[in-house]
Design a protein. Structure first.
Length: 79
C-alpha cells in the first residue's frame, strides 16, 4: 500500500471522491485519512463545497462573449 503525503492526498481527493482510484491507492488514501485529522478536515470541507455548489446550473455566456473566447482559443492554438 502506498503511503501518501498530505500534498499528494490533496491532489487525489477528487479521484478519491469519484471512486476513480485503483484499490492500492484508495487504501493508501483511506489509511492517511485515518491518521491525519487535517486531511480528514480537508475531505470534509471538499465534500461540503461539492454539495453546496454541485447543483448549480451552468451559467450561460452571451453569444458575443462565447465567440470572443472561441476566437481567442483558436488563435492561441495556431500560435
Amino acid at each position: 500500500m502506498k503511503r501518501f503525503t498530505c500534498d499528494e492526498l490533496a491532489e487525489l481527493i477528487t479521484a478519491y471522491l469519484d471512486d476513480a482510484l485503483d484499490d492500492p491507492s484508495r487504501a493508501g488514501v483511506e489509511a492517511h485519512l485515518a491518521c491525519c485529522g487535517d486531511c480528514g478536515n480537508y475531505l470534509h470541507q471538499f465534500r461540503t463545497t461539492v454539495r453546496a455548489l454541485g447543483d448549480q446550473p451552468p451559467e450561460k455566456l452571451s453569444s458575443g462573449t462565447r465567440e470572443r473566447l472561441m476566437s481567442a482559443f483558436r488563435n492561441h492554438r495556431r500560435s
